[in-house]
Design a protein. Structure first.
Length: 463
């Protein structure tokens, strides 16, 4: 039974030629004239798309094209575009109070309660609001350093935590950091549990979680130079790095290492939280409770809002008014956040993500068998990725294939997450959690055609 039967009425259209159409092109040209290419999101991967209107799982461009949206604003619109209850909450709050600082807003207090209730872990908790995910990551760094009076932060190869300098310093990829050095001192990068490309050339589950042992040695500073480790920050399912779920045992190992060495475990759930993987938080699949959660994206239902949630004792060491961000915890964003939580709960969207996501994964694995250039299909719930290779034996990455497949999907009316992975050879899916199997069938068919087309291109030497 579809969650939103009315969405069944909307069919994605054949994309009209020329594409982008004349109206979209005019907007793109105007945008290009003034917006810095560094932040121009129209340039993201394969998306020269102008969006005029979104409803549920589809978006419309100004030329009358309709797209099935399997990227949801990069994992933000978990309740879909324009969910009526989220829209209503935003309108009502905007009429009452749009902004304040230095005073308590009723909506913000309601959201504080909701957040501490949702987050696993007993005992009192504290919430610190931010505006974006990267800002909250920065806040978490300040928090753990201040708490422990220690400074080294462990982050992982392939990690993505945002662009503010602290978060950027944690990034496990060189590209985003070139020309911007020096980074924040005290960040130590260690290999992630990337089983498809195990850094130790072992095979899960017989590997004994060698990557965990590596982290342990690094933390203990056995000839590594590490002196005062403060925290480990981990994406339980690496998103930007290539949609890589860490095995539960790896996260359990990190928990043990943190406990035995008096350091804090930070889970960055900016992309993987809010029901996306089939549970509120991806780390819940492992049973591990981190000390600090970082959340953003879907938290504000599309409005800018992020948060750090931690045990009270960690935050209470920080003296009052030692940290702030003027727009953080804005009442309209908080109202959208409350409505989002309400919809996620009442429409059982995490459960839907688990069920539809399992079906989606199965369908993708089936078509993968047809294409030798698909090396791996993986993910949890509705956070899935496909890694492309030149050769299944050597696993040599098919560099740039993520973007190309996304372009081919776009021309058939499907928006996907275009480029991830260490060589841009992963494409992914972050659809709204309201999708059903029929949306998956449509998407999988388009992906199948796009893979076939890309295979022809590669064979012809144009890939
Ligand atoms: N952490 C993770 C895991 C993310 O995926 C992202 C954004 N993709 C961020 C942090 C940064 O969030 P923002 O873009 O809102 O700063």
């Amino acid at each position: 039974m579809p969650i939103h039967p009315e969405l069944e009425q909307i069919k994605i259209s054949d994309i009209r030629e020329p594409f982008p159409g004349p109206k979209a092109l005019a907007f793109l040209e105007r945008t290009r004239r003034t917006e810095s290419p560094a932040t121009a999101t129209f340039g993201i991967g394969a998306h020269p798309v102008v969006m005029e209107r979104g409803e549920g799982v589809v978006i419309h461009d100004p030329d009358g094209n309709v797209f099935l949206d399997f990227v949801a604003g990069f994992g933000v619109l978990n309740t879909g575009h324009g969910h009526p209850r989220v829209v209503e909450a935003v309108k009502r709050q905007a009429e009452k109070l749009i902004h304040l600082m230095g005073a308590v807003s009723t909506t913000r207090t309601d959201l504080l309660d909701a957040l501490t209730e949702i987050t696993p872990g007993k005992g009192p908790k504290r919430v610190l609001f931010g505006v974006g995910g990267g800002e909250a990551v920065d806040m978490a760094i300040r928090l753990v350093r201040y708490y422990g009076k220690k400074y080294e932060i462990f982050a992982f190869y392939g990690a993505y935590h945002g662009r503010p300098y602290g978060a950027l310093s944690l990034m496990g990829r060189g590209v985003g950091r070139q020309g911007l050095q020096p980074m924040l001192p005290g960040v130590v990068h260690v290999p992630y549990a990337y089983c498809y490309r195990c850094p130790f050339e072992l095979q899960y589950p017989g590997c004994g979680i060698a990557c965990g042992r590596f982290v342990e040695n690094a933390v203990k500073g056995q000839a590594t130079g590490v002196a005062e480790p403060a925290a480990i920050i981990v994406e339980p399912l690496q998103g930007n790095g290539g949609m890589i779920p860490a095995p539960p045992e790896f996260l359990q190992e990190l928990r043990r290492i943190c406990d035995e060495n008096g350091i804090l475990l930070i889970a960055d759930e900016v992309m993987s939280g809010w029901g996306r993987t089939g549970k509120w938080f991806a780390i819940e699949h492992s049973g591990v409770e981190p000390d600090v959660f970082v959340v953003g994206k879907a938290l504000g239902g599309g409005l800018p809002l992020s948060a750090v949630i931690c045990r009270a004792e960690i935050a209470d060491l920080w003296e009052p008014s030692r940290d702030s961000s003027t727009l953080a915890g804005n009442p309209v964003a908080c109202a959208a956040g409350l409505a989002t939580i309400d919809v996620l709960k009442s429409e059982l969207l995490a459960e839907n993500a688990a069920a539809v996501g399992a079906y989606f994964l199965e369908q993708l694995r089936e078509i993968a068998d047809e294409f030798p250039m698909v090396g791996d299909v993986r993910g949890l719930g509705l956070m899935l990725g496909v890694e492309m290779v030149k050769d299944r034996q050597t696993k040599e990455p098919l560099a740039g294939a993520g973007r190309r497949v996304a372009q081919l999907c776009l021309r058939q009316g499907l928006l996907i997450y275009p480029s991830g992975g260490h060589s841009g050879n992963v494409f992914g899916f972050l659809p709204p959690l309201i999708i059903d199997r029929s949306h998956v069938d449509t998407a999988v068919e388009i992906v199948r055609k796009s893979l076939a087309e890309h295979q022809r291109e590669v064979q012809a030497g144009h890939g």
